[in-house]
Each structure stands twice: as structure tokens, then as C-alpha cells.
Design a protein around this ligand. Structure first.
Ligand code: ADP
Ligand code: MG
Length: 284
């Protein structure tokens, strides 16, 4: 049976906007020795601003229109931001096909043209040459021809750096895992005080790294993964403690998670660690 102290702990956590889906997870939180963070939407706000557009053979407006149409059915933070930058209504009847390729971008048929919109890996898959660019970049190709790039920038969440510092003070190893490119990852890591990070990861690579970290720790030391995205469900499942952002996170991530941060604030982990530690002290 479950000691009563855990119910008190779970109640206390919930009063702080932290949903813990079982006493075993509450017990495990303060035993986390490695905390792996997704970048976009987890440590950063996931609200990108378009900072530059560089069309090739079309106007800036046309480039943005293709991107917004391609992204019109995606919940990815990049998609939401591109639609916001475009501003105008989207005529869904013009979109006859659309598929999202995890960690890469979108392929869609818009007004009869095949449109690719995503990162350099997506372009490489279709043998489309594109220029190198710094930061987070969306490349667009129309009918197999490079059509331009859209540079976008995101900001760290208000308390992300503080959360990283808090975890490090607890003796936790903090690692950032991202599907974004190296220059965007390096810039974010620097702002957040993170020295360990992996970039250009596909969702399955995030799971592989999580499993490897688990295998390197003794049983009583745990690996936590904190993420928000649709693509994060598998990695959330592979961690000892899978944590999801509850406000903006994808339903699949929230469902799979062992613990949900309802305020989307990484500093909620400070409360989670404290409550877990206190409960273990009483119960164990
Ligand atoms: P992160 O690990 O930063 O949360 P994701 O795994 O969600 O990022 O995505 C990794 C990369 O894949 C993004 O930085 C972007 O380049 C590309 N990508 C993913 N989804 C989309 C999309 N809907 N549109 C364009 N690019 C995308
Ligand atoms: Mg993400």
C-alpha cells in the first residue's frame, strides 16, 4: 500500500500547479541526477518572431504566404509563429495535401504546387540546395526549387536560467536536447547557462540519449526529461520521470507524462524537488 505521506505530497504539489501522476514519481523526482530539457517551448517561450526573410525568385509576401499555408495545420510553435507573422486568413481549399515530418518540417500541396517548409535536413532529403544561415531558419522550396528562407528567433522563458542554476546547485547535471540547428542551440545554451547540449536531434535520437543516460546511472539515481512537443511523447515515456508542460504542451506529451507543470514554468521544478524531498524524508 502507498504511505499516506505521498497523498499529502501529491496534494501539495497540485496546489502549486504540479500534477504528479503517482506516488512512485513523486518519490523519484528528488532522486533525479540528470535533467534533460527540450529547448523550444520548454526552456524558450516557443513564440518566434520573424527577424529576416530572404526570398529567392519571389516576393517576401509570397514566401511568407507559402510558409503560412504549409504550416496551417501544425501545432508546432514554429507553425503558430509563421501564421501570426503572415497575419491574413488562410484559404484551406488551396491546401490539398499536407504532412508533418517530425524534426524536419512540412510537405504540402498548395494551389497545385508542392511546397517544402522546414530545416536544412528536410531540404537535404529532397536534394534542394540552400544557403547556410545562423539561428533558427525555415527554408522554403516550391516544386523542388529553393524559394527562400525565413529567419526566426525565440526567447528564453523568464525563469529558465534560474531553474538551470537551481538544478545545478542541487548537484543535478543539466542537458539540453534540441532538434534545432547547432548555432541556435549554442546561442540558447549560452543564455541559459547550459554547457551540455545536443543539437540537430530527431525525436528518436532524444529517446536514445535518454536511455543511454539511464543505463549509466545506478538504480537509485534517476533521469528526468522535460518537454512540451508532439514529438516529445516517446522521449517523455523513455525517461524515469517524464515531465510535460501543461499549458502549451501537446496533448500526447501531457498524456504520456508522469508529471505535468501546469504553469509551463521550469522553476516549478524547484517546488517539485522540494516537495519530493520532504515527502521522502517523512515516508522513506
Ligand atoms: P525542439 O527540439 O527544439 O523542440 P523539434 O524537435 O520540435 O524542436 O523540431 C526540431 C526542428 O525541426 C525545428 O527546429 C525545425 O527546424 C524543424 N521543424 C519541426 N517541426 C516543424 C514545422 N512544423 N515547421 C518547420 N520546421 C519544423
Ligand atoms: Mg519542443
Amino acid at each position: 500500500s502507498v504511505p499516506l505521506g505521498y497523498f499529502a505530497g501529491i496534494g501539495k504539489a497540485s496546489s502549486k500547479g504540479i500534477l504528479v501522476k503517482g506516488s512512485n514519481y513523486l518519490e523519484a523526482i528528488s532522486k533525479a541526477k540528470v535533467v534533460l530539457f527540450d529547448k523550444t517551448g520548454t526552456l524558450t517561450k516557443g513564440q518566434f518572431e520573424v527577424t529576416r526573410t530572404e526570398p529567392a525568385g519571389m516576393s517576401k509576401d509570397e514566401l511568407l504566404r507559402y510558409a503560412a499555408y504549409a504550416e496551417s495545420n501544425s501545432n508546432h510553435p514554429i507553425a503558430v509563429s509563421v501564421r501570426k507573422a503572415y497575419g491574413a486568413d488562410i484559404d484551406q481549399s488551396q491546401i490539398t495535401q499536407c504532412s508533418e515530418i517530425a524534426g524536419k518540417g512540412i510537405k504540402a500541396v498548395i494551389s497545385g504546387s508542392t511546397v517544402l517548409c522546414g530545416n536544412s535536413r528536410l531540404m537535404a532529403d529532397y536534394s534542394i540546395n540552400c544557403p547556410e544561415a545562423n539561428g533558427t531558419v525555415l527554408y522554403v522550396a516550391v516544386d523542388n526549387k529553393y524559394a527562400g528562407l525565413i529567419e526566426i528567433a525565440d526567447m528564453p522563458k523568464e525563469h529558465s536560467a534560474e531553474a538551470v542554476k537551481m538544478l545545478k546547485n542541487h548537484g543535478v547535471k543539466v542537458v539540453m536536447l534540441t532538434g534545432d540547428n547547432k548555432s541556435a542551440a549554442a546561442a540558447a545554451a549560452e543564455k541559459l547557462g547550459i554547457t551540455d547540449y545536443y543539437a540537430e536531434l530527431l525525436p528518436e535520437n532524444k529517446s536514445e540519449i535518454t536511455l543511454k543516460m539511464k543505463s549509466e546511472l545506478p538504480d537509485n539515481e534517476k533521469v528526468m526529461f522535460v518537454g512540451d512537443g508532439i514529438n516529445d511523447a516517446p522521449v517523455i515515456a523513455s525517461a524515469d520521470i517524464g515531465v510535460a508542460m501543461g499549458g502549451t504542451g501537446a496533448d500526447s506529451a501531457i498524456e504520456t507524462a508522469d508529471c505535468v507543470l501546469m504553469k509551463d514554468d521550469p522553476m516549478q521544478l524547484a517546488d517539485a524537488f522540494a516537495i519530493s524531498k520532504k515527502t521522502n524524508r517523512i515516508v522513506l
